[in-house]
Ligand binder design. Structure first.
Ligand code: BGC
Length: 761
């Protein structure tokens, strides 16, 4: 009998009896591991329990020599003593196996480790950044993309992803908007569920799935002034009506873990926040997975001025229901003492450990701790052709056609001279975006490479200018953009001689993401000047935007005939862009986030409140809610996106003008493809609650459908409206539908004007 089986003998006996009895059970929800967890808890010392609540970053080359001194040596000793429950950022089966072996074979109880990683939009084969995927409004495609990410990552030994990020944000200055689904709670909730289902599948013990993690709980996306990690100060109303719905949706979809956040809420850092973690998430929503802290967020409560020292921080985090400590070492250092001092109840520790062990059981780690560790499978899985096909499909679906005057797009395939300008056209790294730590630099298909598939035209490339100096990884260089304009003359010359100019401009792949807040949302560096210089000699420009957040491109909107938003589309980026430029794929993306005209408008979002002084009847009035130097309206509204065909909405009707409790009404309309090519349109339903116990937004998305229509085809589309559709967090501090009058809007963006009204009695 080897060490592994002797250590976990009891657990295994229980486990096999259990699995014989329950073989037929597939759904993880139905599995009941509680009696086994009871047995393990009985075997554990207090130190070992606290160990399960401790997570360390991958700290040394596990397959190399054992660390002798420093942090790594301490962590290694902790690992051997069973004082580590999970590790993050460990790459590849070899490393994972080596660490798992220590946990399973060298610790007293042999409890397997969880291996977490930020598989945010792919592991090695990278799909579009999450904000881009959200622009597809295609829930099936988004789910599939998460499935691909999980299958590839799980083959490298991982069993847990720190995704999806479901933070709603209305502030494009915040670099992490690239990681979420945009500004809307309804769209955000649908996408959050799709991502959880994609990562986790129906059965967590399946070795192609990962446990998902809804983050960052909560309100992290509302950092003041869009500055990452900054103070959050929002109302209860916003918390419940805007921020919490996507989190609740992940619980409904069965997400197994949550991550708390760096920010404070109501003066209390999320990691020490009882209201969020215990009252809302665990008690009200009955979430039975576990909560991991964000990186070092427990220790950061000291800087927040909420904890005196790390011991105090551990006390506050534990009592607030934060189950696992990521990289603060607060629990491992102080929790045993805190229990002995009767400041933390051992029963609370048991509860946290129970939650963590539950997920380990559900993942099947007690049956086989090495189930994700198969080097042959790893080699055969990474970069599979079907993954590349999948991320290409997702990339095409994520592109948004913002403007297309005189049908400049799609480009003709033959006989054209095309000048391609911009450093990002030749960039094989930026399309991977932020959060792609499993992927290698220079592995994305560039725009220039994608265009090579269309040899009927002549392509001349000129960089013109850089986006940013050097690789702005973790340095101040993120803020420094080149002022070098020496490439302008060649770019201008190339444009002069071309029929069409394709300018690929935007942000470097690491100019958005964590810690990458910006105060200027224009094209970085001298790219705007480059655009204007080229425009002066040839206005026939297709602007291909590559960026991780909405940008302020008002000049381009006024002057450039065609603008294509391509975000950061991942490994297959260049192919997706080329296929859309040439019309082999008809774009159907819609913005998941409002594009402001200028930074002064931020935060700007479509579901704003009317205020007491909305647009006045007398236009000369000054005393209404507006700017004297800018429009109130955005440059491009939420839900906006064009196609190579056109669509019309008509014959809007309701089967009844009112409904009562437990009732419903159906709204129907004709959607017609009025152009000459087949296309897809996202039909959107918005409502407005005219009077309520708390003020309600002027419009709220309440349904959408991605509809495929052949050229000339008409389809009748319907949405059902019931109490759930109109419910909100009311003055009674609960979700309810209030009687009254409602407006309803149907169309292809949040600015649609086709409307009717109904009543809820
Ligand atoms: C981020 C998290 C991430 C964690 C681990 C933190 O800085 O806020 O979203 O999961 O690091 O990489």
């Amino acid at each position: 009998m080897n060490k592994f089986s002797s250590k976990l003998l009891l657990v295994f006996l229980l486990s096999s009896v259990f699995s014989c009895q329950k073989k037929e059970i597939v759904s993880q929800k139905e599995k009941n591991y509680e009696s086994k967890i009871d047995s393990i808890l009985k075997l554990m010392t207090l130190e070992e329990k606290v160990g399960q609540m401790n997570q360390y970053n991958g700290f040394w080359d596990a397959t190399g020599p054992t660390p002798k001194e420093g942090q790594a040596a301490i962590k290694y000793e902790h690992l051997k003593k069973g004082l580590v429950g999970s590790m993050l950022n460990v790459k590849g089966v070899k490393e994972v196996r080596a660490l798992q072996k220590i946990a399973v074979e060298e610790t007293r109880l042999g409890i397997p480790l969880l291996f977490g990683f930020d598989v945010v939009h792919g592991y090695k084969t990278i799909s579009p950044i999450p904000l881009a995927e959200a622009a597809s409004w295609d829930l099936e495609a988004i789910k599939k993309s998460a499935e691909i990410a999980a299958a590839e990552a799980a083959a490298t030994g991982l069993n847990w992803t720190f995704a999806p990020m479901v933070d709603i944000s209305r502030d494009a200055r915040w670099g992490r908007v690239m990681e979420g689904a945009g500004e809307d709670p309804y769209l955000g909730s649908q996408i959050a569920m799709a991502r959880v289902q994609g990562f986790q599948g129906n059965d967590l013990s399946n070795e192609f799935t990962l446990a998902a993690c809804a983050k960052h709980f909560a309100a992290y996306g509302f950092a003041e002034a869009g500055r990452d990690y900054n103070t959050v100060d929002i109302s209860h109303n916003t918390l419940h009506n805007v921020i919490l719905p996507p989190f609740k949706a992940t619980v409904d979809a069965g997400v197994r873990t949550f991550m708390n956040s760096f920010n404070e809420l109501d003066g209390i850092p999320a990691t020490g926040n009882i209201h969020l973690q215990k009252e809302i998430l665990k008690n009200e929503w009955k979430f039975d997975g576990f909560i991991v802290s964000d990186w070092g967020s427990m220790g950061e409560m000291i800087a927040h001025g909420y904890a005196e020292d790390l011991k105090d921080a551990a006390l506050k985090a534990a009592n607030a229901g934060s189950d696992m400590d990521m990289e603060s070492s607060g629990y491992v250092a102080h929790l045993v003492t805190l229990v002995k001092e009767n400041k933390v109840k051992e029963s609370d520790i048991d509860e946290a450990v129970r939650r963590i062990l539950r997920i380990k059981f559900e993942l099947g780690l007690f049956e086989n701790p090495y189930k994700y560790c198969d080097e042959e499978r790893e080699a055969a899985t990474i970069g599979k052709t079907e993954f590349h096909e999948g991320v290409l499909d997702m990339a095409k679906k994520s592109i948004v056609l913002l403007k297309n005057q005189k049908n400049l797009l799609p480009l003709a395939k033959e006989g054209q001279k095309i000048a391609v300008i911009g450093a990002l056209a030749d960039d094989k790294t930026s399309p991977l975006g932020s959060w792609r730590i499993g992927a290698d630099d220079n592995t994305a298909v560039s725009v220039l490479e994608g265009l090579k598939n269309y040899p009927g035209n002549t392509v001349v490339y000129e960089k013109g200018a850089d986006v940013a100096l050097g690789e702005p990884k973790f340095t101040k260089e993120t803020k420094i953009n080149t002022t070098d304009k020496s490439g302008f003359p060649k770019a201008v010359q190339a444009a002069k001689n071309a029929d069409v100019v394709v300018m690929v401009l935007g942000e470097h792949g690491l100019q958005s993401g964590e810690g990458r807040s910006r105060t200027d949302l224009g094209l970085p560096g001298v790219q705007q000047e480059l655009l204007e210089a080229v425009f002066n000699v040839n206005p026939n420009i297709v602007l291909v935007l590559a960026n991780g957040r909405p940008l302020t491109i008002e000049w381009a909107d006024q002057n450039i005939p065609a603008i294509l938003e391509t975000w950061q589309l991942g490994t297959q980026s260049g192919h997706a862009i080329a296929q859309v430029l040439y019309g082999d794929y008809n774009p159907s993306g819609k913005l998941p986030m409002t594009f402001p005209r200028n930074v002064g408008q931020v935060p700007i979002y479509y579901n704003y409140k009317n205020t007491g002084r909305p647009v006045p009847n007398e236009p000369e009035s000054v005393f209404w809610s507006h700017y004297i130097d800018s429009e109130n309206t955005p440059l491009y509204p939420f839900g906006h996106g064009l196609s190579y065909t056109t669509f019309s909405y008509s014959n809007l009707s309701l089967d009844s003008k009112s409904f009562t409790k437990n009732g419903k009404i159906t709204v129907s309309f004709d959607l017609k493809n009025t152009g000459n090519v087949d296309g897809k349109e996202v039909a959107q339903l918005y409502i407005r609650d005219i009077v309520a116990s708390v003020t309600r937004p002027v419009r709220e998305l309440k349904g959408f459908e991605l509809v495929s229509l052949k050229a000339g085809e008409t389809k009748r589309i319907s949405f059902t409206i019931d109490e759930k559709t109109i419910a909100f967090y009311s003055a009674n501090q609960k979700w309810e539908a209030e009687p009254g009058n409602f407006k309803l809007f149907i169309g292809g963006s949040s600015y649609t004007s086709l409307e009717t009204d109904f009543k809820f009695n």
